[in-house]
Design a protein around this ligand. Structure first.
Ligand code: GLA
Length: 387
């Protein structure tokens, strides 16, 4: 891939002398969904698919960006003096947001750069292509300009850029999973304290399969921000009757005891999901440590039901994929993953059932939804690297 990226670079910018190649993964979350902005736990892992960047410093302050995935947009030009978001900037708002955040933190680039990106994360799949580009940009700036930042800093910088430059009020999960990824391990992260632990995700005789709904994800950002405010309203009501800073501090029993304080019935459902899902993530990791994969799968299934009925972020496409998956022998667990409203599902499927899974779920989906889903058996990989 390094060679291929250098070839792309030479094709776009004339030659690739002195260009370097970096990589950052995509991510999938196994359990703990919509808990990261509620002070709860998440359990994501980095994938071996992700975003590659070939890059070279320039002698002036210009910035040139080109994406193989959005080749029709051509080379998009900017400069270090124009680090402000704009709709014409398209996808380059992601790398620019990270450059802007570095500068905010006193790490000013002393010259511009030429960049070529290529991603093999399926577009709009919900496997965090934008967070991958953000962490990749951070790794590039660290490598090229010698800024001293840890991988955890790269995650925080990426999230800050997403929140304050790109206007998506996401939690820390995606950038953290990508920046801190470790081959064959998932990351059990307490989003309240950022303390974390790697847990081997060794699936004896089974694989992680992603099913991508291919649904256009138009309203994700606004719906996402709406869920955040509903949780915030629930928390404010609960704080009148108990001393908590976040929903993630409550056990299920405490929630049942205090939930009467929440005024809006919709917010009761949202908060119930946040509390129960956090506890499910904790129990799922305990189950995994004891090698109880069936229990882990069952908790994944329960997670989907809660996201469907209480959090209401699934929709007909994701529900169809998950319902069909539950009906296939050899499926240990299946749920939507990521923000929802489209995107993809994650399933743990026994090796011998993977082909049948893809065929049967694919057929049901096509018949019911009218277009095809895509399937990927994925591997868990490392965080950002220079190749
Ligand atoms: C998106 C956000 C994450 C997280 C998930 C839901 O991926 O970027 O921060 O909130 O949705 O779990």
């Amino acid at each position: 891939m390094k060679q291929k990226m250098l070839e792309h670079f030479a094709r776009i910018y004339g030659d690739a002398d002195g260009a370097e190649v970096f990589f950052a993964p995509g991510r999938v979350n196994m359990i703990g969904e919509h808990t990261d902005y509620n002070g709860g736990h998440v359990f994501p892992c980095a994938l071996t698919i992700g975003t590659y960047g070939a890059v070279r410093r320039r002698g002036d302050r210009r910035l040139r960006f080109y994406s193989v995935n959005f080749s029709r947009a051509g080379v998009i030009e900017s400069s270090l003096d124009e680090l402000t978001p704009s709709s014409e900037a398209g996808w380059t708002n992601y790398p620019k947001g990270v450059m802007w955040t570095f500068a905010q933190r006193g790490m000013e680039m002393d010259c511009g750069l030429d960049l070529v990106l290529f991603g093999n994360i399926p577009n709009g799949s919900g496997l965090s292509s934008s967070a991958s580009v953000e962490v990749l940009t951070g790794a590039i700036l660290r490598g090229l300009y010698g800024f001293e930042v840890s991988n955890q800093d790269l995650a925080l910088i990426g999230q800050y850029a997403e929140n304050h430059f790109n206007g998506m009020n996401c939690g820390i999960m995606d950038q953290f999973a990508i920046a801190m990824g470790k081959k064959d391990h998932a990351i059990f992260l307490d989003t309240n304290t950022l303390s974390y632990e790697y847990a081997p995700l060794v699936l004896d005789g089974a694989r992680i399969v992603i099913a991508c709904s291919n649904k256009k994800r138009g309203l994700v950002d606004s719906k996402y921000n709406e869920r955040r405010s509903e949780c915030k309203a629930a928390l404010a009501d609960l704080q009148k009757v108990c001393r908590i800073q976040s929903l993630g501090e409550l056990t299920e029993e405490e929630f049942e005891q205090y939930k009467g304080a929440i005024q809006n019935p919709v917010c009761v459902k949202r908060a119930r999901h946040a509390v129960y899902e956090n506890r499910r993530a904790v129990r799922a990791v305990e189950a995994l440590k004891k090698n109880e994969l069936a229990l882990f799968g069952q908790l994944m299934n329960e997670s989907h039901v809660s996201l469907r009925d209480d959090y209401e972020v699934t929709g007909i496409e994701l529900d169809t994929l998950v319902d069909a998956a539950w009906g296939v022998d050899g499926v240990i667990g299946s749920r939507m993953t990521g923000a929802g409203f489209g995107g993809c599902t994650v399933s743990i499927v026994k090796n011998e059932a993977v082909d049948t899974f893809m065929e049967r779920v694919g057929k049901t989906y096509q018949e019911k939804i009218g277009y095809a889903a895509d399937f990927y058996a994925v591997e868990i990989g490392d965080g950002p690297q220079q190749l």
